[in-house]
Design a protein. Structure first.
Length: 256
């Protein structure tokens, strides 16, 4: 996944915007013929889904060893009041704080206070309240899939106060968000979930004994920095389990 040929590879930016626009234009041309060739609308629907996903891609993304050192320069583009959410040990990756300090970015630290391994609804609502109280412009998330999902959900609820069950799938109303979430800058430290490039956030609702999602096209992080060097401090057990997580998610669409 993180081979040499991917080092320093941009996944977004102006060049990707041009490619995205050209691809969307071409797909717009071929969608009618897809419908005719298929004898129905299925191919056209698939093409539209691809266009929608492409249009909602992160504005900037980059993969490569050392990318975390660019965090500060990207954080400066998100606004003056930026919050930072990490895992239980906020000092696990000194490069994060060094980059922010070098860029002159002062952040509001948000602590991982839940005792759950995954973000629970009460914790996410608490984070959203802190973001609103601080009038935060954006949120940086540094951690595994749980941290990234918590940040994305908190960014959604911060911009959409009120009963969160209105927006939760399965156990709630599953309504679309009224307002776009706060921008999120995602820096994954495990390789298991890919939450930095998905447009949903999974939340554990303990009262219902269920894991459910909140979903919105703009829940995709505004910026994603994938630095494989941040995974080097993981234990062998966590490296293996997150690897199996990634493999399972790749296999799931083939059997479901």
């Amino acid at each position: 996944m993180f081979g040499r040929r991917h080092d320093r590879q941009h996944l977004g930016g102006p060049g990707c915007d041009v490619l995205r626009s050209e691809t969307m234009a071409r797909l717009a041309e071929i969608r009618p013929s897809c419908r005719l060739a298929s004898g129905g609308l299925e191919a056209g629907k698939l093409a539209q889904q691809f266009v929608d996903q492409l249009a909602a891609a992160p504005a900037f993304g980059a993969v490569g060893s050392g990318r975390a050192r660019e965090l500060g320069s990207h954080a400066k583009t998100l606004g003056r009041r930026v919050a930072l959410l990490t895992g239980r040990n906020p000092h696990r990756h000194p490069v994060i704080h060094e980059s922010l300090a070098a860029a002159g970015v002062s952040v509001l630290p948000l602590a991982w206070t839940t005792d759950q391994a995954e973000p629970d609804l009460d914790f996410v609502v608490q984070l959203a309240g802190q973001l609103r109280a601080a009038d935060a412009d954006a949120l940086i998330a540094v951690g595994g899939g749980a941290v990234l999902d918590a940040a994305k959900a908190a960014a959604a609820f911060a911009a959409n106060p009120g009963d969160p069950f209105r927006y939760l799938e399965v156990i709630g109303e599953g309504l679309p968000l009224t307002h776009a979430p706060l921008p999120v800058l995602a820096v994954p430290t495990t390789a298991g979930t890919g939450s930095e490039v998905t447009r949903n956030a999974v939340i554990n609702v303990i009262s219902h004994r269920a894991k459910v999602s909140v979903r919105h096209p703009q829940l995709l992080p505004r910026i994603a920095l994938v630095d494989p060097a941040l995974t080097h401090s993981l234990s062998r057990e966590l490296t293996a389990t997150t690897g199996m997580d990634a493999l399972t998610q790749c296999l799931e669409p083939l059997v479901s």
